[in-house]
Write a new protein. Structure first.
Length: 271
């Protein structure tokens, strides 16, 4: 999918599938492209990818037919523009809690390259675009997606107002930060966590916005949310997570079946 196709699928409420890619290796691109995904999630908030690495990944995965979605380090319109200039088609802004944050990001994603006083006036509803500029903007920013990370109780409480800002395409739950905000750190099987996730999904879908979560803690749970709660923007696991789970399990099996348990396991990874 490209950004236009992905945006259309999200608006229509169809399910789309992706995973997080942390490795900038060129050998990874054709392998990932063979997995049947619709997009890739590239995280520059928690993963030390510089601007050129992120741009290379965006260009490579887009050329392979996978829409690149980038999470920026902070909810800042200048970081948003840099990610889009590098080739991202979707922009994830972390830890969103206020309408002002969403308006500023809307300006960066949906109204660029307008900046400064003119942009401020547009976002405040004080002026409108000239006809020729409006047509240009529609073409220039076509297929650019704005995705809000909802990661706190404050974000949940503000969500109806956040989604009332024009141009939001999806919400994406950050499960780790959300669990901490709920007072149940990393207890993803807790009923309060499930209730919060379902509330976010329901609020988003009622507003005509796609609902997602980046989840690595149980495939059955993700399937249940997709069937029952409206999850349609699915980011399952990561290249690192899949590697650790598969290779870690294989090595433990080697040790168990060959009688090497308890010997040389200091560096083993617990998953």
């Amino acid at each position: 999918m490209d950004g236009i196709e992905l945006g259309r699928a999200l608006r229509e409420g169809r399910r789309v599938y992706g995973t997080l890619i942390a490795s900038p290796s060129p050998f990874w691109v054709p392998k990932v492209a063979s997995l049947g995904l619709d997009f890739v999630f590239i995280d520059t908030e928690h993963i030390p990818l510089d601007r050129s690495q992120a741009a290379w990944m965006c260009q490579a995965y887009a050329a392979a037919g996978l829409a690149p979605i980038v999470r920026i380090p902070m909810p800042d319109p200048y970081h948003a523009c840099m990610a889009l200039d590098g080739g991202a088609v979707g922009l994830v802004a972390p830890y969103i809690e206020t309408v002002d944050q969403v308006k500023a990001l809307r300006g960066a994603v949906k109204l660029r390259p307008i900046k400064g006083a003119q942009l401020d006036s547009l976002l405040a509803g004080q002026t409108e675009l000239a006809e020729d500029v409006a047509a240009y903007e529609e073409t220039w920013n076509r297929g650019r997606l704005l995705i809000l990370n909802i990661e706190s109780v404050a974000g949940i409480e503000a969500l109806p107002e956040l989604l009332a800002v024009p141009g939001v395409d999806a919400v994406l739950i950050g499960p780790h930060d959300l669990s901490i905000s709920l007072g149940i750190p990393e207890r993803y099987d807790h009923p309060d966590f499930d209730a919060a996730v379902r509330t976010i999904f329901a609020t988003a879908r009622d507003a005509g916005v796609a609902a997602g979560i980046h989840y690595s803690y149980g495939l059955e749970t993700e399937i249940t949310w997709a069937r029952e709660a409206g999850l349609n923007f699915i980011i399952h696991n990561s290249d690192i997570g899949g590697f650790v789970q598969q290779i870690g399990g294989d090595i433990r099996r080697f040790r168990r079946e060959l009688g090497d348990e308890g010997h040389g396991e200091a560096g083993a990874v617990d998953v």
